[in-house]
Write a protein that binds this ligand. Structure first.
Ligand SMILES: C[S@@+](CC[C@H](N)C(=O)[O-])C[C@H]1O[C@@H](n2cnc3c(N)ncnc32)[C@H](O)[C@@H]1O
Length: 339
């Protein structure tokens, strides 16, 4: 049975979505298609920069629930390998924060046998069919060094062979988004048009003015506290500062000396690893999913279902992107395209 409070939450969510979609993109705005969309952080960044999102694809059914609570365009909920290119509309920009398990070059040489890594080559299938003006890819920083740089070289070669001029850069969210999260990611931008490529540059760093404490709630539910954890005494000994975020690393806790939140990861909600911890006015606790979302630059009107297991929410947010970093890059892409 749906309770009154659930019903009013649903109505409030619908209202937020309606209000959000009253805002119309200008006609002829550039259209984006999103692969490996997760909860849609890349799409949101491009939307904030004035692009129109046409469609997206995501395989994970829990991520898809969050996606649909926040975006109105079509989401193809299936394995990219089963998504046919003629199912999607033409777009100007193709985006993809593809899964970061770097694929094996050995697999590539053997004819793409590595199942997980192969999804990169699915991106090429969409590029070949849709010929977007711009490609935007995001991944972990280490993509560059994987297999002595060979993996990255292949990625660049594949894009260049298709006629794209590529720029790439590692950006740290703490330096480009005014959010206190240490998160280094590589961004790859490819242009079909050489002049647009020449005009494009990555955004300039901006001053970090937001502190960890500004993103923390005063009161949270009891279940986020570590009071009954078997590691409580150890944590109490090691965690002394209330102006930074610690990270539980299975057996020890790591303090972030620069008063930042450590990189939020997909596994932070499971197995007791990489859990972001703080000391608040009451005691030691982990960050809530909502707080983690703020460290990724999401506004509080981004909707998460109350019914979703915490582990799924942490995974979705850790897997996502820092939205204002995407927005800043997307604005530069727009300038370069003179759109
Ligand atoms: C690194 S996350 C990208 C998250 C996204 N940028 C966001 O803002 O939430 C990679 C996503 O690719 C999805 N994925 C992995 N394999 C896939 C496949 N074969 N088909 C479609 N999506 C897939 C995962 O479920 C995951 O959500």
């Amino acid at each position: 049975m749906v309770s009154n409070s659930q019903r009013s939450q649903e109505l409030a969510n619908q209202e937020i979505l309606r209000a959000r979609h009253c805002h119309k993109e200008p006609q002829n705005s550039l259209k984006v298609g999103g692969l490996f969309a997760g909860i849609g952080g890349i799409e949101l960044g491009f939307k904030r920069a004035g692009f129109e999102i046409s469609w997206a694809n995501e395989i994970d059914k829990h991520a898809a629930i969050t996606y649909k609570l926040n975006h109105e365009h079509t989401l193809f909920e299936k394995d990219i390998r089963k998504l046919q290119v003629d199912e999607v509309s033409k777009i100007d920009i193709l985006t993809g924060g593809f899964p970061c398990q770097a694929f094996s070059i050995a697999g590539y040489r053997k004819g793409f046998q590595d199942d997980r890594g192969n999804v990169f080559f699915e991106i090429l299938r969409f590029i070949d069919a849709l010929s977007p003006q711009v490609i935007f890819l995001e991944n972990v920083k280490n993509l560059q060094s994987h297999d002595n740089g060979n993996t990255f070289k292949i990625i660049l070669n594949e894009l260049q062979e298709r006629g794209y001029f590529i720029k790439h850069k590692v950006l740290n969210s703490a330096e480009y988004a005014n959010v206190p999260q240490n998160r280094e990611r590589i961004y790859i931008v490819g242009f079909r048009d050489k002049d647009a490529y020449n005009r494009f540059s990555f955004p300039q760093p901006i001053k970090l003015t937001k502190s960890v404490n500004e993103l923390i709630d005063d009161e949270v539910e009891e279940r986020f506290y570590y009071t009954s954890s078997r590691y409580y005494d150890q944590l109490k000994q090691e965690m002394k500062r209330s102006d930074t975020v610690y990270q539980w690393r299975r057996k020890y806790v790591r303090e972030n000396k620069s008063k930042l939140c450590p990189t939020l990861t997909a596994n932070m909600g499971t197995g007791g690893h990489n859990v972001p911890l703080i000391i608040d006015k009451k005691d030691i606790r982990k960050l809530t999913p909502r707080e983690c979302a703020r460290f990724q630059g999401y506004d509080d009107n981004f909707i998460f279902s109350d019914k979703m297991a915490l582990s799924h929410l942490y995974k979705q947010i850790g897997n996502s992107v820092t939205v204002p970093v995407i927005e800043a890059i997307a604005k530069e892409i727009k300038k370069a395209l003179r759109a």
